[in-house]
Design a protein around this ligand. Structure first.
Ligand SMILES: CC(C)(COP(=O)(O)OP(=O)(O)OC[C@H]1O[C@@H](n2cnc3c(N)ncnc32)[C@H](O)[C@@H]1OP(=O)(O)O)[C@@H](O)C(=O)NCCC(=O)NCCS
Length: 203
């Protein structure tokens, strides 16, 4: 046996010991309306950002009861509240809209909220969820969507909204305060093509 043949065979492990290349699992999910059973996961996703970031100006964790009330309010107003679920049943993130103001003249305008679990961010899910949210708002007769985004640490959110046609319409400085420092907001807006007429006294 030639020396190089010996070296080649020596380095090759028997087939059952060889490392198999594991095919990368595709990142798949289903986007659907929220159910009550999803709310504990939604709470965990949001509370992570409450505790660890300035992307929300909330400083106190939300309790399950607050999420139940929020879900009931949005359902009563006919406003979308979506979740993305993994094939194993895990909630990966959520997106919702709420009235821009409780004053009835704002009835065609909503404010967006979107949060993904850390492991699900940066893989295109945010885009898919915001697209689904926009479509659901158009189906519900909404005319204007606004996003009020922290001016620190929310670059992904600004980029995401920009990609889907939101335009920056203003900034406010020092309106928020968290972790001992003042924070501002960036306002972004998108006009929709509503597919149905919204009831005049929908809220
Ligand atoms: C904001 C958030 C929903 C975005 O969702 P995502 O799945 O991470 O974003 P996507 O992977 O769908 O990316 C959407 C676009 O934004 C761009 N983008 C994402 N993160 C970015 C970043 N940090 N900086 C610049 N651009 C970024 C992507 O390149 C992509 O553009 P493309 O479609 O042209 O390729 C998600 O990151 C998140 O939940 N972040 C923490 C919570 C948060 O900030 N919520 C918003 C509060 S206002």
């Amino acid at each position: 046996m030639l020396e190089e043949e010996y070296e080649r065979d020596r380095r090759r492990l028997p087939w059952h010991l060889r490392r198999r290349s594991t095919p990368e699992r595709p990142f798949s999910y289903e986007i659907r309306p929220v159910t009550d059973a999803d709310l504990p996961d939604v709470r965990e996703i949001y509370n992570y950002y409450v505790t660890n970031s300035v992307v929300t100006f909330d400083e106190k964790k939300w309790a399950l009861g607050q999420w139940r009330d929020k879900r009931a309010d949005l359902a009563r107003l006919g406003l979308p509240f979506l979740v993305a679920e993994s094939p194993t049943g895990q909630v990966l993130g959520y997106a919702l809209v709420q009235p821009m103001s409780a004053k009835s003249g704002y009835r065609y305008s909503v404010e967006t909220t979107i949060y993904l679990g850390q492991a699900a961010a940066g893989k295109g899910l945010g885009r898919a969820m915001l697209e689904a949210l926009i479509a659901a708002c158009e189906a519900a007769g909404i005319r204007e969507m606004v996003a009020i985004i922290s001016d620190k640490g929310a670059e992904a959110s600004v980029a995401l909204h920009e990609r889907l046609g939101f335009v920056e319409v203003g900034r406010m400085g020092r309106v928020g305060y968290k972790f001992g420092r003042p924070l501002g907001t960036i306002s972004m807006q998108k006009s929709l093509n509503p597919k149905k007429k919204r009831r005049l006294f929908a809220r």
